[in-house]
Design a protein around this ligand. Structure first.
Ligand code: PLP
Length: 339
């Protein structure tokens, strides 16, 4: 099987498994796991924040951030198609008790105007707008990058409006590698950032939430409340430390995605917006996504139908250039058979 469903399918490397087996551990709830402490310090430094917290998943990182930044009844500005709004089980309502102000095209449109329009002035009828969440790269947008300049403007505006800005940076290193810039160009434009170790970076489990010291201290307590105090978590953090050494190889995933997109775009019956193929994702439009995905699967290729006419392919370390060549051949055969 060639699995292009997600970069979360990456399995730990031999180096990770060895690091895990040999990790020096302690009880992290007591702050005594040296490997977790090292991962948190390394991660904080990497994204230019004072402090960081190792969390079980990206969703946990985002939700602990929302909980830490807000009070019940506050409003959070977020793109309608953002992961936090679309794929996190309604957790902002469940845990933080906040209301999401869903904005269409917040991320791909004119972000500044959209934030200004969504922001609420003081009025007895209105909730207090407290937080803006951005997402970079933007998953539902096609793995698209919000350039650092745009993030900087959004952050400036958020500060002027007395809002906090959280960055869902599940794949922020994909953005940095694609732009060939330091990840801090992005992460300096937010109050908190979450990124995933368990996606393209290849760790089996875990994400990082980073921010200033006071924020992380509070977040650590909320993580505990959510059941995220993980004891000898150094076993997992050890793999995370290895994962952080493989940031540069994301470029390979990007080049494979580009190659796949260009190949698929040549096939009749498949539409690809090549401008949106900026990192490790390829979204294509077909007449019947479910039928297309099921035909692919019969031929040994896994992808995800994200709507009735859209299919998502994600490249990762588990997929080689030769695999991509095969996928293009298979897809063109299927497209022809369907005629
Ligand atoms: C995957 C993802 C998350 C959540 O990560 P999990 O570890 O799957 O909970 C959050 N945001 C974005 C944009 C993602 O793609």
């Amino acid at each position: 099987m060639i699995d292009l469903r997600s970069d979360t399918i990456t399995k730990p490397t031999q180096e990770m498994r060895e690091a895990m087996a040999n990790a020096i551990v302690g009880d992290d709830v007591f702050g005594e796991d040296p490997t977790v402490n090292k991962l948190e310090e390394t991660a904080a430094e990497l994204v230019g924040k004072e402090s960081a917290l190792f969390v079980a998943s990206g969703t946990m990182g985002n939700q602990v951030a929302v909980l830490t930044h807000t009070e019940r009844g506050n409003e959070v500005i977020v793109d309608t198609a953002a992961h936090i709004a679309k794929y996190e089980v309604g957790a902002p309502a469940m845990f933080a008790g906040v209301q999401l102000r869903l904005v269409d095209n917040l991320l791909l449109g004119n972000t500044i105007d959209k934030i200004k329009n969504a922001y609420r002035e003081e009025n007895i009828h209105f909730p207090v707008t407290r937080l803006v969440c951005l997402e970079n790269t933007f998953n539902s947008g096609g793995g698209t990058i919000m350039p650092p300049e745009k993030m900087r403007e959004a952050y400036q505006l958020a500060r002027n409006l007395n809002l906090k800005l959280h960055l869902d940076g599940a794949r922020i290193f994909n953005a940095a590698v694609a732009c060939q810039c330091d990840v801090k160009e992005f992460t300096k434009c937010c109050d908190s950032v979450m990124f995933c170790l368990s996606k393209g970076l290849g760790a089996p489990v875990g994400s990082i939430l980073a921010g200033d010291q006071e924020f992380i201290k509070k977040a650590r307590k909320y993580r505990k409340a959510m059941g995220g105090g993980m004891r000898q978590a150094g076993i997992l953090a050890a793999a995370g430390l290895v994962a952080l050494k493989s940031i540069d190889r994301l470029a390979e995933d990007h080049s494979n995605a580009r190659f796949l997109a260009e190949g698929l775009s040549q096939i009749k019956g498949i539409k690809v917006d090549l401008e949106r193929v900026q990192t490790n994702m390829v979204y294509v439009e077909v007449d019947n996504a479910a039928a297309f995905v099921s035909e692919l699967e019969k031929n040994g290729v896994k992808a995800i139908a994200v709507s009735s006419n859209a299919v998502r392919f994600v490249t990762s370390r588990e997929v080689t250039r030769e695999d991509i060549e095969k996928v293009i051949q298979i897809a063109s055969r299927i497209a022809v058979t369907n005629k």
